[in-house]
Write a protein that binds this ligand. Structure first.
Ligand SMILES: O=C(CO)COP(=O)(O)O
Length: 127
């Protein structure tokens, strides 16, 4: 399973905390993590292993969307900043639209991300 992680600037610290809180679970279940460039750099600096795409404004969201439509991403956790303006808003909309087209779970805030991970934990305990 692969989970893509994306965070707008004001949410990157929250994303690091979120991944740290669940890293044992991700490792135990061999869950691969990929991220947009700067989010990935934050996670790496926190000692977490991650595959990095380009930075979001340079096409990182589009790279994640591309992998997702190829069936290579199972879930996206995207901590969005609903109050900021982003130069690549069209890429973000494209990513979210393609999640709906391909029925890929997309969490857009920490509460939803937590629910996603909890449901995965529950699912994997049942197996
Ligand atoms: O811009 C982003 C999401 O749209 C995130 O990209 P970065 O992780 O490179 O900042």
């Amino acid at each position: 399973m692969t989970i893509a992680l994306i965070a707008h600037d004001s949410k990157k610290v929250d994303m690091v905390g979120f991944v740290r809180d669940h890293i044992d679970f991700f490792k135990e279940h061999n869950i691969k993590l990929i991220a947009t460039g700067t989010t990935g750099t934050y996670l790496e600096k926190a000692g977490l292993e991650i595959e990095k795409m380009l930075s979001g404004p340079l096409g990182g969201d589009a790279q994640i969307a591309s992998r997702m439509v190829e069936g290579k991403v199972d879930m996206i956790i995207f901590f969005r900043d609903p109050l900021g303006k982003h130069p690549h808003e069209v890429d973000v909309s494209m990513l979210m639209r393609l999640c709906d087209v391909h029925n890929i779970p997309l969490a857009t805030n920490p509460a939803a991300g937590l629910r996603f991970v909890q449901s995965l934990e529950h699912e994997m305990k049942e197996q």
